[in-house]
Ligand binder design. Structure first.
Ligand SMILES: *Cc1c(COP(=O)(O)O)cnc(C)c1O
Length: 800
């Protein structure tokens, strides 16, 4: 369903009057935004209904993607683009004297995730709908999203993100689909006449789970899938009943806040309750749906696929067993066969602190029946392999060990597929992290390199570049990004190179204006925009970036005539509120920025800008303006990365270690179009095996490094005595866990290469063009297609 500009204007004015009794000139941006939002949802609601009914009538196999985080950002423009009405609406509004961008700003970022993991889930939602696959999301409707970050005296301060305060125009509350999730109490098993064990529940509490559905529109294809987010509702009556229950506080606020971390599990009961809540609610609703198909339970895997995104939803395995065995009276063996065919699991990290484990006693308290089922899965696992594999291997891989439940083990044992998110990461799973499981289940392991929703990260965020591309290679790349390769035919077209340069320049001016407004720092769009935006983590090594900046600063102080290309170093990063080290790095970057930006000796040759409150919308502003994409994690630590792909698509040159998907980016663009430095993964592992890394040696023997590291403690950087000492200690006293000093000189060389290369405008322009041309490799549309074929066995939507 589409309309002309004239029809749009009429409908828009009618809706504004209907809803607010206002005319355009009297309405606020918020009222205009809501009116437009309603107009958009009403334009896809028919297709949303049809898509759902189509699945039902065709009995098509569907995937349900369980993720404890989704990070969609804003949805207005994405929906307009997908419905094919972005241009008409923009022009129509303009006729009415309204700037679409003003309305866009009224939408709060939907930030129900910490970083890459949640963003990936949202890119997948977009792609599933856009390639017309039957796929739905299942998650938690947090009342407060990821905290808002402010800087006070250079320190990170966290403010609550009350994103629902102003309403959410995209969601639909589905009271009729509510289910109850049971927590606590005791479960006895009674043997029935037929020999089956029946659970008898004593005590405990049920929490009502209400689903809120959001339509996920496909790109120009009439498909609208569903992202279902669950909200816990506790009545006053319920509250009275919880009086004496130990987990009372958690149950009452179950879906209030997003756990503000993406790797450190602090073993909080609250988090475990959240996990069981969305797992049980989601599984029950799928179960209810499946029952309406009136098909045998034993055939469930032919109609349903369930994906476990990281280990947080791993209890899906036990919850499906509970439903099949306890509620459908299926035998354990049959239920297990169905369950493992339905489930699949993605591992997202090799960082051991992020591998979830729960105390048995805690799980027994929170969800006793699930604990019993996990015990039984564990017992049978050991029994199955005894005598086949040696006892040590079984011990290392079983689910419950030393009274701890290993969630990754549960997910792997209960799934038919285990995948990593980039080639290197998947290889490391097989050879190191999950080596023991690879010995037992080699056929389950596979790789699915991450991808990005290319429409959001090019057409929506970078309309200027998109128009330039249209002029030279036509519009086919908008539907199929592999067609960006057509650019390679124009590598030596000076007019194109200069047009690309001009669009980059305009995007940099836009970002410079934002920086002026928000940071009160003047930056020149003629400088190199060198950008590192991602969660703040030691392994991502923002610290190494800072050290290089300090080195440049010290060099310039010593020799103010030093000929360097002017550069603006930019950061965007949130630190987990309890992550002390990360917060100290933020403070140091902010103080270094103050020092450098106000030092007249530097003559604006370098500037340092830390942009507050990094989120999806800010990424959409920053990435189109980037010249350099910093992807400098210690090799082996970043499972894939996805911001690296977004930057590449926007023509930035990647400055990277051979880690995660950086390796595949290098393979795609060729060595001459990327700046690679640092240890390789095998060199890192050699240090681990030989245990002979010694950062103090480097510090004492390398005068350059010595001088830079001393800057943290000798007063060079003002106002951060404690933080400087902490960083110094991490590097020297605690032997530099992420080999910052080992990679530092190599990083400086790569930075010098960037400096020199940028001076050669033509060379730089061609490198940039090559990056855009090869970015089609990293489309989430393709990634999701591979998941669909290899893992989920789902097919494109049949039109009934
Ligand atoms: C893409 C994205 C990420 C992931 O960035 P990495 O550099 O791959 O870790 C995190 N946060 C936001 C807001 C993003 O858009």
């Amino acid at each position: 369903m589409t309309f002309t500009k004239k029809e749009f204007k009429i409908e828009f004015k009618e809706r504004l009057q209907e809803r607010f009794a206002l005319s355009v000139s009297d309405a606020s941006s918020k009222e205009l935004y809501e009116t437009l939002g309603k107009l958009v949802t009403s334009h896809y609601s028919g297709n949303w209904k049809n898509t759902r009914q189509g699945y039902l009538s065709e009995k098509q196999k569907q995937v349900f993607y369980f993720s404890i985080e989704f990070l969609p950002g804003r949805m207005l423009k994405s929906n307009l683009l997908n419905l094919g009405i972005l241009d008409v609406v923009e022009e129509g509004l303009s006729d009415l004297g309204i700037d679409l961008e003003d309305l866009v700003q009224e939408e709060p970022d939907m930030a129900l995730g910490n970083g890459g993991l949640g963003r990936l889930a949202s890119c997948f939602m977009d792609s599933l709908a856009s390639i017309g696959m039957p796929g739905n999301g299942n998650g938690i409707r947090y009342e407060y999203g990821l905290f808002k970050q402010r800087f006070v005296d250079g320190y990170q301060v966290e403010l609550p993100d009350e994103w629902l305060n102003r309403g959410n125009i995209w969601e639909v509350r589905r009271e009729s689909k509510a289910v109850n999730v049971h927590f606590g109490g005791k479960v006895d098993l009674i043997e029935e006449a037929n020999g089956q064990l029946k659970p008898i529940y004593r005590g405990g509490y049920s929490i009502k789970a209400i689903p809120y559905d959001t339509g996920m529109t496909g790109f120009e294809n009439d498909t609208v899938n569903t992202m279902r987010l669950w909200s816990a509702e506790v009545t006053q009556e319920d509250k009275a009943k919880f009086q004496n229950f130990e987990g009372r506080q958690e149950l009452e606020n179950l879906t209030s806040v997003l756990y503000p971390d993406d790797s450190n599990e602090q073993g909080r009961r609250f988090r475990l309750s959240q996990e069981y809540f969305f797992v049980s609610a989601g599984m029950q609703s799928i179960f209810n749906y499946y029952k309406t198909l009136k098909l045998p339970m034993i055939d469930m895997n032919k109609y349903i696929a369930i994906h476990i995104n990281d280990t947080h939803p791993a209890m899906c395995v036990a919850e499906l067993m509970r439903l099949l065995v306890d509620e459908e009276n299926m035998s354990w063996e049959k239920a297990w066969d169905v369950t493992s065919k339905v489930m699949s699991y993605t591992n997202h990290t090799i960082m051991s602190e992020a591998l979830e484990k729960w105390q048995s006693s805690l799980m027994k308290e929170v969800c006793p029946r699930i604990f019993q089922i996990i015990e039984e899965i564990d017992r049978r696992y050991v029994e199955e392999w005894q005598g086949v594999f040696d006892d040590d291997l079984i011990k290392r891989t079983r689910i419950i060990r030393h009274d701890q439940i290993h969630m990754a083990h549960l997910a792997i044992i209960g799934s038919h597929s285990v995948n990593g998110v980039a080639k290197l990461h998947s290889d490391l799973l097989k050879s190191v992290v999950l080596k023991d499981f690879y010995a037992i289940y080699p056929e389950r392991f596979n790789n699915k390199t991450n991808g990005i929703a290319q429409r959001r990260w090019s057409q929506l965020s970078n309309p200027m570049l998109s128009k330039t591309l249209d002029e030279y290679i036509g519009k086919s790349w908008r539907k199929d990004t592999t067609n960006l390769r057509l650019l390679l035919n124009h590598q030596d077209n000076n007019k194109l190179l200069s047009d690309l340069e001009q669009t980059k320049f305009e995007n940099k001016k836009k970002l410079a204006a934002y920086i002026k407004e928000h940071n009160d720092v003047t930056v020149s769009p003629n400088a190199i925009f060198d950008i590192q935006i991602k969660r703040l983590h030691a392994y991502k090594r923002q610290l190494m970036n800072l050290m290089h900046i300090i080195k440049l600063y010290l060099d310039l102080k010593e020799n103010p005539e030093l000929d360097i290309t002017p550069r603006v170093f930019m950061f965007g990063a949130k630190a987990a509120p309890s992550y002390h080290f990360a917060k100290s790095v933020i403070k140091l970057i902010n103080e270094t920025a103050n020092l450098i930006n106000n030092d007249l000796d530097i003559q604006d040759k370098i500037k340092v800008v830390f942009l507050e409150n990094y989120n999806v919308s800010l990424a959409e502003l920053i990435i189109p303006a980037a010249d350099v994409s910093e992807q400098i994690s210690l090799a082996s630590k970043e499972a894939s990365g996805t911001s690296n792909m977004k930057f590449m698509l926007n023509g930035a040159i990647t400055l990277a270690t051979l880690d995660g998907a950086n390796i595949e980016i290098r393979d795609a663009v060729g060595e001459e179009n990327i700046a690679i430095f640092g240890l390789t993964e095998s060199e890192v592992y050699r240090y681990y095996n030989e245990q002979n890394y010694n950062s103090a040696d480097i510090y004492h023997n390398n005068p350059v490094i010595n001088r830079v590291v001393n800057a943290f403690v000798d007063g060079t950087i003002p106002n951060c005595c404690m933080e400087g000492q902490e960083i110094f200690d991490s590097l020297i006293t605690y032997n530099d866990e992420f080999f910052v000093l080992r990679d530092f000189m190599s990083y400086c060389d790569a930075q010098a290469w960037i400096d020199a290369s940028y001076k050669d405008t033509k060379k730089w322009g061609k490198m940039s063009l090559n990056n855009i041309a090869h970015a089609g490799h990293f489309s989430a549309d393709d990634t999701v297609r591979k998941y669909s074929e290899d893992i989920w066995q789902i097919e494109p939507i049949r039109k009934g």
